[in-house]
Ligand binder design. Sequence first.
Ligand code: CMC
Length: 402
Amino acid sequence: KGLRVADKGFLNTAVIQSTITYIDGEAGVLRYRGYPIEQLALHSSHLETAYLLLYGQLPTRDQFRLFEKEVMHHSAVHADAETFFRSFRYDAHPMAMLTSAFAYLGSYYSEANPSLQGQTLYTRSTKAALENMDKQIYRIIGKATTLAAMAYRVRQGRDFVIPPPGLSYTSQFLYLMDHMGQEDYKPSPVLAKALDVLFLLHADHELNASCTTVLQTGSSLVDPYSAVAAGCASLYGPLHGGANEAVIRMLISIGKPENVPAFLDAVKRREKVLSGFGHRVYKTSDPRSFIIRRTADEVFKVAGKDELLETAMALHDAAIKDDFFVSRRLAPNVDFWSGLIYRAMGFPLDFFPVLFAVPRVVGWLAHWRQMMMQQGGVKIWRPRQVYVGAGKRDYVPVEQRE
Ligand code: CMC
């Protein structure tokens, strides 16, 4: 009662206090726990940044060694997961598989499920509760790459690979996907490093649709596997994590640089969307897009230039000067270039959102952990609506309806 205006799309609603990620959308600034994204991309690694996002400080050498050991130790999945992945249709979208796989994973860990353990499982700040929470976090980050690689291989009708020890997070991920039985196979260090930078850039972006979904789901005190599955479902959409896939489909449909003006005219007539442009928060270029552009050049040196690059550059250069986009402050976002890198690295198109989801589990879990530990406990997220439907009316039997 009394609510008259709905905040459609949550444009003006802050739902939580956070110390994790800072964005200044006007100035194009992104910081994780106070550290500029540019410095982290240059000097840190995805797993070190994961520690930073989760625990608020850069780790000491020993803290990092322990964290990396815990995460990598959890990369193996139960052998029954093979049957699970083989039960999908031959052309199942990898994001549908990954989303289901996280929920499936939760069924193995009853100690993660508050309804089996009593409601205060995560909200108690006891040592045991914190250790339990962190164990689920290590498991989810450790197994995310393995589950993603299984979704990748099952689509190709290939056997699964057991995670080998001694590799970095992204090297192991490349190994799990690309190993085809060669004894001496080693993933390219340049590609593993590029993927690591991309993972770090994608690790968190405060309360985007998927992170909000994770928190909304988690606010019912459900286990984190279910919350992460919900986050994956949200990320799958073309306005969010599916945008990198949509960019490539758009570039393929444009075909060549000469067709760019006609495409932009169609966007202005509202017949098309310029995927990879625009952002709810950034009203200038997304700072991650500059780093990704540089990373793309590194990858192209090893993997060869993507044939769509020229079309992408022509589209980018025309759009950033075009009044339609300038007046609406629509600039390139993180997805404009990332798809071209993934394509050059040989990933299939529908795997691109998975490459967004795997690193983003870190951000989701950092926000989930923060919410669970907040002072005063968790309050279930239950927004209000502005009801504009019919007033009270009486039921009419079917024979009397017109
Ligand atoms: N192409 C054409 N027009 C656009 C675009 C676009 N990419 N983005 C926004 N607009 C127009 C929109 O139609 C509106 O025009 P008008 O004021 O005349 O009605 C104006 O620009 C303002 O946009 P909005 O829809 O109010 O912006 P929003 O904050 O609700 O949406 C967005 C943000 C990211 C969903 C949107 O910009 C979009 O659809 N972009 C394309 C998809 C994309 O690249 N998504 C990835 C986002 S970054 C990574 C991530 O979060 O996953």
